[in-house]
Design a protein around this ligand. Structure first.
Ligand SMILES: C[S@@+](CC[C@H](N)C(=O)[O-])C[C@H]1O[C@@H](n2cnc3c(N)ncnc32)[C@H](O)[C@@H]1O
Length: 352
């Protein structure tokens, strides 16, 4: 399909995913134990391991799916990383949204080609790639991020993935609770996707910029965040009844008669909470199925942030939520690697 196709007419990033392997592209090498290593192809480059040396020129110009041997006779299966593989091997500062959750976010948030989507925070850009793929070349994604070094990591990762800057993508540095009010048109955003510590702080901004009927999806890691955001959305009155779910992915071992679930799995990543914007001045329907909640006991209140006032007393930061804090130094190193990958990818010539 890519042979003879006008590169200018190709959808963004297609030249990075089809046709023979080229210098500047990432490839994934899998050994006989199933171990995966990802390298960037370079003209004249070599990949050294303690099993031997593999010359990049053995791969450049070849189709995906070949099996190559290094100088030590060690064999590797060669494939371009899929988006699922790419996000797990790319440089990162903040924790990335896992592919199983990105897939759900795209579906639950109903991201469609041509949509205008608001995202915060950007982190390492894993979710941004899925959102950009879903909005396509005609869509736009405005991503808001507090930390400049994370924005740089994300920029490098996204450009390395598509092989060029995505024309519909803009990163805005600033607080997602405020900045969208300066950038977006009121009611002009089709979909909002938040992955940040305190998404309830963005309630007013989301309410202002999200179009009637628009979908807001938040990805949160802990039940305390889920609870607080749910009550904030309910209390605001401008949205439908929030809905929550989590996705558990169990992989399977397939070996002769031993066909069974794998012994290990990633048991917890996060929860998705979604709600839709009502038209202005409309109140949400009181859902009958909601049980009347009894007044919590003093013990319950002590154990749980039962009211907005209780919750406000808690420290909603990385320390309080026991999430991983990344030092500026580590983030700057990841940003430099991501930008190097992006520069290599931008040298890849579209077409064959
Ligand atoms: C877990 S990371 C996001 C990961 C990202 N979704 C990915 O898949 O790579 C959370 C990000 O939110 C950013 N953040 C936290 N509060 C924010 C706020 N009020 N406005 C903008 N960004 C914020 C953090 O700096 C961090 O980069």
């Amino acid at each position: 399909m890519s042979t003879g196709e006008d590169p200018a007419q190709q959808p963004i990033g297609k030249h990075m995913r089809t046709g023979p392997l080229k210098a500047g592209q990432r490839v994934q090498l899998t050994d006989y134990k199933g171990r995966k290593s990802t390298i960037t192809l370079v003209e004249g480059g070599q990949w050294h391991t303690h099993q031997g040396v593999l010359d990049h020129h053995r791969l450049i110009g070849q189709p995906e799916g070949i099996v190559v041997e290094n100088s030590g006779g060690y064999r590797y299966q060669v494939l371009r990383p899929l988006l699922n593989d790419y996000v797990l091997s790319m440089p990162r500062g903040a924790t990335v949204v896992y592919p199983k959750d990105s897939a759900q976010i795209v579906q639950v948030a109903d991201i469609f080609p041509g949509a205008h989507v608001l995202e915060a925070g950007v982190g390492s850009g894993a979710l941004s790639i899925s959102l950009l793929r879903a909005v396509g070349d005609a869509g736009t994604l405005n991503s808001y991020e507090l930390r400049e070094e994370f924005a740089e990591i994300a920029r490098g990762n996204v450009e390395a993935f598509f092989g060029q800057p995505h024309p519909g993508w803009n990163i805005h540095l600033g607080d997602a609770a405020q900045k969208p009010l300066e950038i977006e048109t009121p009611g002009g955003v089709d979909r909002v996707v938040l992955d940040m510590l305190a998404p309830w702080e963005c309630l007013e901004a989301v309410r202002t910029v999200l179009a009637p009927g628009g979908v807001w999806v938040s990805y949160v890691a802990s039940v305390t965040q889920l609870s607080r955001l749910t009550e904030a959305i309910r209390g605001s009155g401008g949205f439908t009844e929030p809905e929550a779910h989590e996705t558990m992915l169990r992989t399977w071992h397939l070996d002769g008669l031993a066909v069974r679930p794998d012994h290990r799995m990633v048991a917890h990543t996060g929860f998705l909470l979604s709600a839709r914007r009502l038209a202005d001045d409309q109140l949400p329907l009181e859902l009958k199925k909601r049980e009347k909640v009894s007044e919590p006991s003093p013990e319950d209140k002590q154990a749980w942030p039962g009211t907005a006032e209780d919750a406000a007393q808690l420290t909603w930061d990385e320390e309080g939520l026991k999430t991983r804090t990344v030092s500026g130094k580590k983030a700057r190193r990841a940003a430099a690697t991501a930008l190097k990958h992006a520069q290599a990818a931008e040298e890849v010539t579209p077409g064959e």
